[in-house]
Design a protein around this ligand. Sequence first.
Ligand SMILES: C[S@@+](CC[C@H](N)C(=O)[O-])C[C@H]1O[C@@H](n2cnc3c(N)ncnc32)[C@H](O)[C@@H]1O
Length: 427
Amino acid sequence: MTPGARLLSVVEIIDSVFKNKIDNNYVIANNIKRWMRNNRYAGSKDKREIINAVYGILKRYYILDFIQKKNIFLDNYALEITIIYYIFHICKKDDLINSFDDGPYAIKLNKEIKQFIDKIDNFQISEEEYIKNSLPLWLYNKIHESFNINTKKVCQSMFDESHFDIRVKKGISRKNIINKFKNYNIKSDITPISPIGVRINKRLSVSHLKEFKEGLFEVQDEGSQLVSLMSGVKENETVIDLCAGAGGKSLAISDLLENVKIIATDININRLDKIRERALRSKVKNKIILEQNYKNLNFKADRIICDVPCSGSGAWRRRPEEKLNLTNNQFENLLEIQKEILNYGADLVKIGGEIVYITCSILDNENKDQINYFLKNNSNFEIVDLEDSWDSITMSHERFGKEAYCQLIPFIHKCDGFFLARLVRNK
Ligand SMILES: C[S@@+](CC[C@H](N)C(=O)[O-])C[C@H]1O[C@@H](n2cnc3c(N)ncnc32)[C@H](O)[C@@H]1O
């Protein structure tokens, strides 16, 4: 594809992301998939460049939109937003201009577009930090409350590209998988922190590979691997995974232990469907029981995993639309749901057993504040110090401060941000 055809493709995808909301939410992946289906001639380099630009734009949506509002000119929002992104992040003005009129599949340059490009090229951003970091003010404030002097680093890291990691099945050496990947011309290396992960150097489809079909690995971010490893599940335990979703944590935990029974449930039982197929492929099917009856679990277990719905702020590099879809009201609502799930978990855990509270958030409100609130109201629970657990998993010194819980942060740990706390029931 020519640069002009790629630019046109980016504008088309951005336009469809804004026009095809589902339940009032932006969904990037579906729009990219649809575009790919209709443009099969695009090579892998073209696809990568186009997808990177689409994600780059949506990660910076608030700042691009802010600039657009000050410079409305053309009657094409997606084109304006894309031009602003290219001028500020991708190329020089003249290179961008050359991408227009660049063959039959390029946008025609007209006087208005040229004037718009000139205007944007001269636009100075001297705005407040929250705008520069492409966040709504309320979210920026939440990040600031959680990170203080590190706020800028946290916000900037949200613009980075997310990594592409896999978890290698127990008993299979990571070197073996890396060598197999070499045969497919896929470059990969062991993950820096997780002892069971491999990091692939670029995002690509792996589901057609023989090794994937044979269950030798699963796609799972390093952060998600680490919280699975730190969940503290022991041999012979009965575990309830209360928010099992598509089963990422249940599958990882069942692979780590020989003898474990995991009851996987979710308020949205449709989400559980994927676990069946994944468990079969990973050969852990007999360790996971799917429970449709979320509300009526009438027994107690050794460990309750509460991988609660959250802002997803630890994974906004990967799913920037979650940042766009989140309102202040929804955030407050999520905090209530998290409290409810923790309380339900407390009803289900045996004396001596543990609740494992997990979020993929970096915001204190969803993490340590929830734990402190729970402990204040449940004196029969105590927090477990995770220092030994971390040290037994990894040689990495990138620990998470001196706290008892674990907070993974993308700009430090170079994986998705996750929070994990373990709460033991004493009486
Ligand atoms: C972070 S996702 C779980 C991810 C999953 N554990 C994994 O590792 O792939 C949160 C899940 O919580 C579920 N959920 C939402 N509200 C819930 C509630 N009130 N009680 C239980 N689960 C809920 C959602 O359906 C979603 O599947």
